[in-house]
Write a protein that binds this ligand. Structure first.
Ligand SMILES: [Zn+2]
Ligand SMILES: [Zn+2]
Length: 273
């Protein structure tokens, strides 16, 4: 299995970090988890793209995790030789998001259908909504969802990908919780979105202070990883983005509570399992 952190940024625009998105490659299939800002640029760098995605899985419907869904839908549609609905998995509400995204694209869909004689079908999503349980299973790759805690954002899920004898967890935005512990139990790799409260607390901007209570801190992620006996902890969606050269501080903070491997991810960082 391979994990590629396509985008390691957050809602805050960053010239070197795309929005949240992680690619998991297993048994010749490409699974995309979340689709933040710039996901198709980073996917191109990882030699995959909208037509090749086996499925797109959303952890929750916060805009930083879904903003480029429309780009994926459009480019899969115009890049496919025939009807090729996008398999889209996510928490309840995902179907409505897909419908609204397609509605938003209706002008563009009309222009392109009128211009390309051979494009005589409309883009579509094949949606599976999940809260707790199997989200995908083709006999070779199995993906299990469990509820996470990103309150007041609800519902939210994390995913456990099991394939080739390995386990990877894509947690999304969440504080430590029972669902997350279940997903992480014995995982080879655990990818967690994190913040560093010690850097956020001094910033006098109330809207930034609001994010403190619904994300895992680096310490929280380390505690979850340690409790679950995870092999490698991957920190992503870093808020605030580490100043260049300060990544070792993030790593040290995680190592204080976790004895396994710690990675402070950057865009297009890869892990082979
Ligand atoms: Zn969120
Ligand atoms: Zn987020």
């Amino acid at each position: 299995m391979q994990v590629v952190t396509l985008g390691t940024g957050s809602p805050i625009p960053d010239p070197s970090r795309a929005g949240p998105a992680t690619l998991v490659r297993a048994a010749g299939r490409d699974f995309l988890f979340d689709c933040g800002r710039g996901v198709l640029m980073r996917s191109a760098a990882a030699l995959t793209g909208p037509v090749a995605f086996t499925a797109v899985l959303l952890t929750h419907l916060h805009s930083d995790h879904t903003t480029d869904l429309n780009d994926i839908i459009t480019m899969r549609w115009v890049g496919s030789p025939g009807p090729n609905p996008l398999p889209l998995v996510g928490p309840p509400g995902t179907g409505a998001l897909a419908d609204r995204t397609l509605a938003m694209l209706s002008d563009d869909i009309g222009y392109r259908r009128a211009h390309h004689a051979d494009l005589d079908w409309e883009p579509a999503c094949s949606v599976t909504e999940v809260s707790d349980g199997v989200a995908y299973d083709d006999g070779t790759v199995r993906i299990v969802a469990a509820p996470t805690d990103h309150a007041p954002v609800h519902p939210t899920v994390g995913y456990r990908i099991e394939a080739e004898g390995k386990v990877v967890v894509i947690a999304g935005d969440t504080v430590p919780c029972a669902g997350l512990d279940r997903l992480c139990a014995g995982a080879d790799a655990y990818v967690q979105t994190v913040i560093r409260p010690s850097l956020i607390e001094p910033i006098p901007f109330p809207r930034l202070q609001d994010i403190l209570d619904y994300h895992s801190s680096v310490e929280d992620a380390a505690a979850t990883a340690s409790r679950a006996g995870v092999g490698t902890l991957v920190l992503t969606h870093l808020v605030p983005a580490p100043a260049p050269g300060s990544e070792p501080e993030w790593e040290a903070e995680a190592r204080a509570g976790f004895g396994g491997t710690v990675v402070v991810a950057h865009d297009l960082w890869q892990l082979e399992l």
